[in-house]
Design a protein around this ligand. Sequence first.
Ligand code: BV8
Length: 237
Amino acid sequence: MHSSDIRNIVILTGAGVSAESGLATFRGPDGLWEGHRVEDVATPEAFLRDPALVHAFYDARRATLGMVEPNAAHRALARLDAEWAGELLLVTQNVDDLHERAGSNRLLHMHGELAKGWCLGCDERFGWTGAMGEAAECPSCGTSGTVRPDIVWFGEMPYEMDRIEEALQRCDLFVSIGTSGAVYPAAGFVQTARYCGARTLEMNLEPSLGSYMFDESRTGRAGELVPQWVDQVLRAG
Ligand code: BV8
């Protein structure tokens, strides 16, 4: 398939796209958070067992959002969002707000967002910028102690899976950027795309666990590879 046959694109991003903004990835050398593996902290069981620890994990990460900026990869993807005439869906596993701050609109956070809270009392979701902690009060129903981070933990269903599946079935090109391919269902999206006839491209600092499933795998920093790719696909589009 030549680039000119590409109409509908689905892009999946992971922590590697935010690495050059200074946000730590999960499974790199800096991947442990104060000695905890993300799989041990980001679970409903961990939240029940030790809510203070889990809130501290998310409060610390939410606090860093104000100190980092989108990088060249986020900006290039926002340019593609603005200029791509065909269908485009950017599915991010990231819970930071750097894609939207760079200007991406056709975007969804399948694992939730640091800058949101969810009240288990009234089931409302709402913006949250500061620390949350165990005694946080719900802005909607006023109860305190029922607010949790609006994050999809291990064992919980990722958001908007129907919308993602539908976009994967329609896409001509599936691009995976900055993800290790360690977490499902996101790591399986490339298989759905291939099965439905899409070309598949991976851009990552090193080959991911799923590299063998991609037609093409480019290794390098997202800040370098993504702007080059966006130029290429807009020129051919
Ligand atoms: C579900 C929110 C079912 C939290 C996250 C056994 C086998 C297979 C699967 C499972 C299993 N046991 C359990 C499962 C399912 C489980 C899973 O996949 N577990 C894994 C660990 C085996 N998945 C789930 O539980 C999912 N839910 O399955 O629900 C269900 C069904 C019905 C009804 C109800 C439920 C939920 C998964 C979501 C978990 N939450 N995040 C938070 O963020 O705090 S996942 C977490 O990992 C992050 O969100 C992150 O997005 C995700 C993936 O990590 P990456 O983004 O890829 O980051 P990583 O550090 O791993 O890699 C970064 C990459 O970037 C590296 O490759 C690196 O080389 C590269 N890089 C670095 N710098 C750069 C770069 N690339 C380019 N440029 C650079 N500069």
